[in-house]
Design a protein around this ligand. Structure first.
Ligand code: ZN
Length: 429
């Protein structure tokens, strides 16, 4: 550690109680998404905090994006503080939304209860703890290096949990992540304090529908069951597709290792009569199903091409059609995201890695996320490649009951972030 490292580290230690308080205050704002509650409240809260720290703040509503309405406006905040001279801009981006509470809690999900080293609550780990950590890291750096060069930006954005269209995607479309404006992006998602997340696998969601012909259920031979046709599809997925996907391995360091290959989940299946509303007590009618659909969630690798991924499914369905009389189907695209992976030699990766080595006295692990997060928009829309996810918290706790964040992990991560700022923005001797 250098003398500057030691001063930054002491400054973070002195702010430990403040970091705890800030994390708890953020957890207590129940920004549930869907539907997107209290986005304005949390932006106002961050606005006050960051304005007091000398940041210029802007609140931006992603008007017209999915879910945006007068009742649930998609508010985002971007705060910027310019240094004493020109230089790079380091941007910390955190999402402010949290997922549904779900069952099984033994603590109040929005109570932010403290128990020893842990702070509990929905969003504590994913990712209000990371947001608080980046704010305290920036404030500590500003206290130690007021004459820094370049700029620091901190954003709190909406809707990451539902695709990020009312958050980072919107800001990227407005040019806020253009490489001439922002040079380094750190997303403090809960990847553990000693790991750098370089990117994520790709996604293709689609719906496959099989068609049949309706008839009376007592004479099924007069109809053609779409559910039986779908059975043939499921059989082909089991016997042909899953073994094939298992052979497609990646060099991406995806964690957990089970995701270091192509995968596909069948999210949903529906066939025949529509499901009735809960509480309906009548009988179903006797009908042969004329439609059956499944929703597939195919995760693909940087070594794969999306067209080839789609062709694989289409070829499989054509093969069934060639041997199964009456087999008719349709594939509908729902969503797609290309894989992204920042190189280990990118400036932000090298700088954070060096800071981890100084703070934690060990080399970082490099990982890739099995699922996507907002880096996709920064890469594709913003065209900015120098982006990683790095932040405190245990990834497996995200979206779980009794989610928590460790205070010491946040303190250590804040030191890594402050040292990173110093390496990228501190003026030379
Ligand atoms: Zn998250």
């Amino acid at each position: 550690m250098t003398a500057l490292d030691a001063r930054l580290s002491a400054e973070i230690d002195a702010r430990r109680d403040d970091l705890i308080r800030l994390t708890r205050d953020l957890i207590r704002i129940p920004t549930l998404n869907p539907p997107g509650n209290h986005y304005r409240t949390i932006c106002d809260f961050l606005d006050t905090r960051l304005s007091n720290a000398g940041f210029r703040t802007e609140q931006i509503r992603a008007a017209g994006t999915p879910g945006d309405s007068e009742n649930h406006p998609r508010w985002n905040i971007v705060a910027r503080r310019d240094g004493a001279a020109a230089g790079d801009c380091v941007h910390f981006n955190s999402h402010t939304d949290v997922v549904a509470v779900g069952e099984g809690w033994t603590t109040d999900p929005f109570g932010a209860e403290c128990d020893g080293d842990r702070i509990y609550g929905r969003g504590s780990c994913d990712m209000k703890g990371g947001l608080a950590t980046s704010i305290v890291a920036a404030e500590a750096f500003l206290a130690v290096c007021p004459e820094f060069h370049g700029a620091i930006e901190i954003s709190g954005t909406a809707d990451e949990e539902t695709g990020g269209y009312g958050g980072v995607a919107y800001l990227a479309e407005q040019g806020r992540f253009d490489p001439d404006r922002v040079q380094h992006v750190i997303i403090p998602e809960p990847l553990n304090k000693d790991r750098i997340c370089l990117g994520h696998r790709g996604v293709w969601w689609a719906e496959i529908e099989t068609r049949g012909r309706i008839a009376h259920g007592s004479m099924p031979f007069l109809g053609d069951s779409a559910i039986r046709h779908m059975g043939a599809v499921l059989e082909e997925i089991e016997t042909y597709l899953y073994p094939l996907l298992a052979t497609k391995r990646t060099d991406m360091p995806v964690v957990p290792p089970g995701a270091r290959q192509s995968t596909m989940n069948i999210n949903a299946i529906h066939g025949g009569e529509p499901e009735q509303a809960p509480g309906f007590t009548g009988f179903p009618a006797a009908c042969v199903a004329d439609r059956c659909t499944i929703t597939i969630d195919r995760r693909f690798l940087i070594e794969e091409d999306l067209r080839q991924v789609k062709t694989e499914i289409a070829t499989m369905l054509e093969r069934i059609a060639s041997r199964r009389p009456g087999f008719a189907y349709e594939i509908r695209d729902l969503w797609e995201v290309t894989p992204t992976m920042t190189g280990k030699d990118a400036p932000v990766v090298r700088t954070v890695a060096a800071a981890i080595e100084r703070v934690l006295a060990r080399a970082p692990d490099y990982v890739v996320s099995p699922g996507t997060y907002d880096q996709k928009h920064i890469d594709r829309i913003g065209r900015l490649k120098n982006c990683i996810a790095y932040g405190p918290g245990i990834l497996d706790l995200a979206h779980q009951p009794d989610e928590w964040i460790g205070v010491q992990d946040m303190v250590d991560s804040a030191k890594v972030m402050a040292l990173t700022l110093a390496d990228l923005l501190a003026p030379g001797p």
